[in-house]
Design a protein around this ligand. Structure first.
Ligand code: FES
Length: 133
């Protein structure tokens, strides 16, 4: 089944169950972590799409406890990316399995160029992703 998902490029990472848990405020994404159980545990991730967001994002709660945000388009052919819990890495959902560090550097697979990444900050349980560097 997982192989079929890879053939069709179907990712494992969920969208937020509560669409109101995040918003786009000008050049920043604001996530209320209290309303985003998808990011509760380290080694987890959530994908943010819609609401005028460009690019779509993969937000990662890393194994190191830090938060990361990358453009959720594989540098090979643009498919979505999943978190590999326990590895400190993220991986394309396609059969070619391009794998990246949390900061978007390719480490294996077909992709040879990095993902766009965006700075994050947490204050008062609000995760902010700055879309302009
Ligand atoms: S689209 Fe990601 S490895 Fe091909």
């Amino acid at each position: 089944m997982k192989f079929l998902k890879r053939i069709f490029g179907i990712c494992e990472t969920p969208s937020p169950a509560d669409p109101k848990a995040w918003s786009l405020n000008g050049p920043a994404v604001r996530i209320d972590l209290a309303c985003m159980p998808e990011l509760k545990n380290s080694g987890s991730g959530v994908r943010l799409e819609g609401k005028g967001l460009d690019p779509r994002l993969l937000v990662v709660h890393g194994d190191d406890g830090q938060y990361y945000a990358v453009a959720n388009r594989c540098a090979h052919m643009g498919r979505r990316i999943d978190v590999l819990a326990g590895s400190g890495q993220i991986q394309c959902c396609s059969v070619s399995k391009s794998t990246y560090t949390y900061d978007g550097q390719p480490v294996s697979g077909a992709a040879k160029t990095p993902l766009n990444t965006f700075p994050t900050a947490v204050e008062n349980n609000i995760l902010t992703i700055h879309l302009r560097k």
